[in-house]
Design a protein around this ligand. Structure first.
Ligand SMILES: [Zn+2]
Length: 57
């Protein structure tokens, strides 16, 4: 393991930083985003679509 995190949906590199496109009304921002600052790809969660969790390689 080298600690590299990727979006578990699209496989793009992920960074431990809140997404820059997150809107406060959506609730607590996730701790992870794609390297370009966008939210991780959405998956269907308990309350509808939510950003997926990163996968640490
Ligand atoms: Zn993604």
């Amino acid at each position: 393991m080298n600690g590299q995190a990727v979006c578990s949906e699209c496989g793009e590199p992920a960074q431990q930083s809140s997404p820059t496109d997150w809107i406060g009304a959506w609730g607590t921002p996730p701790g992870w985003s794609h390297k370009d600052g966008t939210s991780l790809c959405p998956v269907m969660g308990g309350n509808g679509y939510e950003p997926c969790q990163p996968e640490v390689l």
